[in-house]
Design a protein around this ligand. Structure first.
Ligand SMILES: Cc1ncc(COP(=O)(O)O)c(C=O)c1O
Length: 444
């Protein structure tokens, strides 16, 4: 007697999924990078002629700000393309950044301490480089995980020592003892986290930022606060210039800090690669003897600009600096509400989370202290009885793609990250049907 294997009936032909997985040489999806999964799903869509609900990549799903585009065209027509921009950035951009920081973070930072970078990706790279060198004993970066995978790659290729922990079990007051256990060893130069956090969308509370800031002061550790999703904690209206509430920041609680402020998501300007690296004025002018081993100066800010920023890219694309100047100017003057433009991410996340929850999924990182997390660019999910690799693979059969939390250094091995930006509202019906079939086929 021969055994007949009845092929599974899933929204996407399982044999094609298996074949394309093999062709892409993917054995365990929990280890695949975002770009590998993107390529895999591109191939799957081509082979099946089906549209996937694509949640793997954090591309802004909205059009770029017109204000930026117009300013860039004007600057190009005025001839900036042929001229090297100053390494420390064009003066109008520095002025508008300083205003932005005052109006939306309620911080006093002078224009001299604000520098353009090619995306905040370059800002963190430059910051890591100097933080690994400014102090003889402090040579390690502490990462509060989960996080943005590119940061790990940067630290790896720079051969900078790291320590890290998953914040899941250490929210609220528990953060204090955990952080202190690292800081008190004396080897931590800087501590990095994103807020709101990619991938989990947790937002540190003021209480937690106070803990981080005060411990940074106590142990002379420099926080690098990555504000790639500036003002996107939509539980509060952070859109009004000069009016509280402001974007929460560690800078309220310590005098030495580095902030990275990206245009990629706030202004949907990712393609033009521009962000600002903002130092506190005190850090900018602080002197560290050890810097002389690597730079011509022992002034932190000077070494960062003329040592690192110069060596990395010798200036930031001239026209994009004009774009960011005008975008900041418009929000500072209150003529453009950038938060209103990106609120759509939160609205979509709310609906999508409900669909997942209704069908047996759980939110992994679900709370900020005792408050449910905000709806925003990302959320994290799991399904009972599956690890992230199994879940990602199963979801492919149902036309849904995401990434594993493993590559974000999360310890929640069951979790995957969903990014809402590329999912169109017209796809919600598909998503609902596919999830409902998934639940039916995977009884809990
Ligand atoms: C936490 C975080 N930091 C930095 C970046 C990169 O920002 P940029 O485009 O400004 O380099 C991203 C992009 O997804 C991110 O999620």
């Amino acid at each position: 007697m021969t055994n007949t294997i009845i092929p599974r009936k899933t929204p996407i032909n399982p044999q094609i999924v298996d074949k394309i997985l093999q062709e892409n040489k993917i054995e365990d999806l929990s280890l695949s990078s975002i770009r590998e999964i993107k390529k895999l799903v591109d191939d799957l869509e081509k082979a099946t002629n089906e549209k996937f609900v694509r949640m793997e990549m954090g591309i802004p799903g909205l059009p770029a700000s017109r204000i930026g585009i117009e300013a860039e065209i004007k600057a190009l027509n005025n001839g900036v393309a042929s001229i090297y921009p100053d390494i420390y950035g064009i003066q109008p951009l520095k002025i508008e950044t300083s205003r932005f920081v005052k109006l939306f973070l309620d911080l006093d930072v002078s224009p001299e301490s604000c520098f353009p970078t090619t995306g905040s990706t370059m800002g963190s790279f430059a910051a890591f480089l100097i933080l690994a060198r400014f102090h003889k004993k402090k040579n390690t970066i502490l990462l509060i995980n989960p996080g943005f995978p590119v940061h790990y790659q940067q630290l790896k290729i720079l051969d900078i020592k790291t320590e890290s922990f998953d914040v899941y079990e250490f929210r609220g007051e528990k953060l204090k003892a955990k952080l202190e256990s690292y800081f008190e060893k004396g080897n931590i130069a800087g501590v990095l986290y994103s807020n709101p956090n990619n991938p989990s969308w947790i937002c540190f509370t003021d209480n937690e930022l106070k803990i981080i800031g005060e411990l940074c002061t106590k142990y002379d550790v420099i926080p690098i606060e990555d504000l790639a999703y500036f003002a996107m904690d939509f539980r509060k209206d952070l859109s009004k210039p000069g009016q509280p509430p402001f974007q929460a920041t560690v800078a309220k609680y310590t005098d030495h800090y580095i902030l990275t402020i990206s245009s990629s998501k706030a202004f949907s300007y990712a393609g033009q690669r521009i962000a600002m690296l903002v130092l506190s004025d005190k850090l900018y002018s602080r002197r560290y003897e050890n810097l002389k081993d690597y730079y011509l100066t022992d002034y932190f800010g000077h070494a960062l600009v003329y040592g690192n920023l110069y060596a990395i890219s010798a200036g930031i694309t001239h026209s994009t600096q004009y774009a960011l100047t005008e975008m900041f100017k418009a929000v500072n003057d209150g003529t453009y509400n950038f938060v209103e433009q990106v609120k759509e991410y939160g609205a979509k996340a709310k609906i999508m989370k409900e669909l997942f929850l209704k069908n047996g999924f759980k939110i992994v990182y679900d709370k900020d202290e005792d408050e449910p997390i905000a709806d925003g660019f990302y959320f994290t999910i799991s399904y009972p009885g599956m690890n992230s690799g199994e879940l990602l693979k199963e979801l492919l059969y149902y036309g849904i793609s995401a990434i594993s939390l493993r590559i974000t250094e999360s310890e929640r091995i069951e979790g995957i990250r969903s990014c809402v930006s590329l999912v169109r509202r017209e796809q919600f019906k598909d998503l609902e049907e596919r999830l409902s079939k998934f639940k039916e086929d995977h009884p809990i």
